[in-house]
Design a protein around this ligand. Structure first.
Ligand code: PGA
Length: 249
C-alpha cells in the first residue's frame, strides 16, 4: 500500500464548488500515480460526484466523513456502511469533531469498523490527544484510547484499517505538530500495536497541514499519509501539499 492524501472538506462547499474541486483532485491524482488521492465531500454530494466522476483514475477515490456504528434501521440522520457501499472506498471513523459535537465514541467505533469492512470500505480510524504534554503521558493516553476504540476487533480487522493521528490541539489552529513529535507518537503506537496485534498500523497525520509543512512531513518514513482539512478546500494548496509530500517521500 502506497502513500495516501485525504482531503476532508468537512461541512463546506455547495455542489458546484465541490464539483470543480473534485475535478482538480482528479488532475492531482493523474499527476501523482503513486499516491492515492481521496476526497471526503459532504454526504449529499457523494452521489452526484460519484456519478460525475465514474471515469476516475485508479488512485482516486471518495471517502465519507461519517458512518453509523449501527446497521440499517431506525436511526434518524445516520448513514449506514451498507448505504455507502460502492460510492466510497474509505470512511472516517471517530473524527474528533464527531466525537466532540456528536458524542461519537465507545463501542460504536469498533462496530462502525466492522460494518465498513463488511461492505468493503476501508475505515480511517481517527485518534489523538487533547493537549500537548510529555511524550510518556500522551503516548500512554493515546494507546489507552485506541485500545478502547478498537475493543473486540481481531488483528485481521485492525490490519485492514488506516489510522489518522490528529492531535486536537493542532486541528484547525494553524499550528501542526512537529515532525519529531509526530514521529515519536507513531513510534510508540507501533510498539503498542506490535504487542497487541502483532502488526504495524498505517498511520496518517492530520492537523493544520499546509503546503508549508508537506515536504518535511513527507520525509517521515513512518508516515503513511496526510488527512488535510483547511488546505484541502482549494485546488492550488491541495495540489502543493500532494506534490511536496509525494516528492519528499
Ligand atoms: P485541518 O483539519 O487541516 O483544518 O486542521 C484536519 C482535520 O480535522 O481532519
Amino acid at each position: 500500500m502506497g502513500r495516501i492524501v485525504i482531503g476532508n472538506w468537512k461541512m463546506n462547499l455547495n455542489l458546484a464548488e465541490a464539483t470543480v474541486l473534485a475535478q482538480s483532485y482528479l488532475k492531482v491524482a493523474e499527476k501523482h500515480p503513486h499516491i492515492t488521492i481521496v476526497a471526503a465531500p459532504s454526504l449529499p454530494w457523494i452521489v452526484p460526484l460519484h456519478e460525475a466522476f465514474h471515469w476516475q483514475p485508479p488512485n482516486f477515490a471518495f471517502a465519507s466523513q461519517v458512518v453509523s456504528g449501527y446497521p440499517e434501521g431506525a436511526y434518524t440522520g445516520d448513514i449506514a456502511a451498507s448505504q455507502l457501499k460502492g460510492l466510497v472506498k474509505y470512511a472516517l471513523v471517530g473524527h474528533s469533531e464527531r466525537r466532540r459535537y456528536h458524542h461519537e465514541g465507545g463501542s460504536l467505533i469498533a462496530d462502525a469498523v466492522k460494518l465498513l469492512l463488511g461492505n468493503k470500505i476501508t475505515p480511517v480510524v481517527c485518534f489523538g490527544e487533547m493537549a500537548q504534554s510529555t511524550q510518556k503521558a500522551f503516548s500512554a493516553q493515546i494507546t489507552l484510547d485506541l485500545e478502547r476504540d478498537l475493543v473486540g476487533l481481531t488483528p485481521d480487522e485492525v490490519g485492514q484499517c488506516l489510522f489518522a493521528y490528529e492531535p486536537l490541539w493542532a486541528i484547525g489552529t494553524g499550528h501542526p505538530a512537529s515532525p519529531d513529535y509526530i514521529h515519536k507518537v507513531i513510534a510508540s503506537v507501533q510498539v503498542w500495536s506490535r504487542g497487541q496485534y502483532g502488526l504495524e498500523l498505517p498511520i496518517l497525520y492530520g492537523g493544520s497541514v499546509t503546503e508549508d509543512d508537506a515536504q518535511v512531513l513527507g520525509r517521515l518514513d513512518s508516515l503513511r499519509g496526510l488527512l488535510v482539512g483547511g488546505a484541502s478546500l482549494h485546488a492550488r494548496p491541495f495540489d502543493l501539499v500532494c506534490s511536496r509530500f509525494a516528492k519528499s517521500g
